[in-house]
Design a protein around this ligand. Sequence first.
Ligand code: NAD
Ligand code: TYD
Length: 336
Amino acid sequence: MKLLVTGGAGFIGSNFILYWMKKYPQDQIVNLDSLTYAGNLENLKEIEKNPNYSFIHGDICDLDVVERSMVGVDWVVHFAAESHVDRSIKEPSPFVMTNVIGTHFLLDASLKNRVKKFHHISTDEVYGSLNLSDQSKFNERTNYNPRSPYSASKAGSDHLVRAYNKTYGLPITITNCSNNFGPYQFPEKFIPLAITNILENKKVPVYGDGLYVRDWLYVLDHCHAIDLVLNKGKVGETYLVGGMTNDISNLEVIKKILKIMGKDEGFIEHVKDRLGHDRRYAVDWSKIKNELGWRPLHNFDEWLEKTVEWYKANEKWWKDVKTGAYQEYYKEQYGS
Ligand code: NAD
Ligand code: TYD
């Protein structure tokens, strides 16, 4: 089996490649990644010399590269995206380009090359925002209602993926998952930003009142879900993937991190809120549980602690990415 993984140098893509090569060592993986600020080949050091792994440095918006990457490919696993909401608020264009146009090029090339499966990785954010006051959750029948340029571009890509199935018969599957956490996550996202700031003795910026709720999913549970959908999922179907947390606010998350790291709450700094900030996400993952037997296995508290340990043990990894362009981004986003 030959897999084309797009965005395999990013957070989830690299965790997926490491997971897959361990579990299915006979498979070949081609990783197509343009190495934006979020792509980091250091994540894949341990498998870079494996003869079953190859890397193509290219953009999914470049049709020639996409066509070349497809040769002999059985399955496409599509992670490549611009993925950070705050950046999409500042500059939406790369989000529309990569997430919508790039996905469109991949779909065209997949059709032309008769790939046997196109799996699209998407987000629960396409469904919009839930109220704090009720217990409702997103499910596969929830109407799309994206509210940020990021989620709107991901919603656009989801619609295109489904349209290629309905119109041209491309064998697709989609997973829409909740917020991932774990090793190799770029420290612009909340959990790694908090951990690395604390390690640098800096305060943690908490947007607005901090009472925003996310559904935290350990990255390896997500990889396992994708594995099951690829191997057992029904063509044309969408599966929602969520974590083990019951509603937990950003403030509660940061307090847990501070406790793990032996710091007091003086590290919390409330800052200006994000524009259009989605109040609450929660995922009903009963479809993937009932149909494919998946459930999250990584408990939030335990794996949050292990994630803190990972960042402590891999200081060089995050210090190397918190330089240059990151510093400029940080200054623009948070002030000094
Ligand atoms: P990431 O930002 O860490 O990595 C994205 C990767 O895609 C990077 O390696 C980057 O270089 C690459 N890339 C970006 N534009 C590209 C282009 N035009 N051509 C080729 N490569 C390009 O993202 P992530 O957190 O690993 O997310 C992966 C996927 O999962 C995305 O589709 C995202 O929307 C989805 N998702 C992420 C989360 C999360 O919590 N991180 C939650 C739900 C869904
Ligand atoms: P983030 O990791 O950016 O993921 P998403 O916006 O895709 O859910 O943010 C998670 C939550 O943390 C979200 O409610 C925004 C909040 N947040 C902060 O309070 N401060 C920060 O510096 C960041 C990056 C996020």
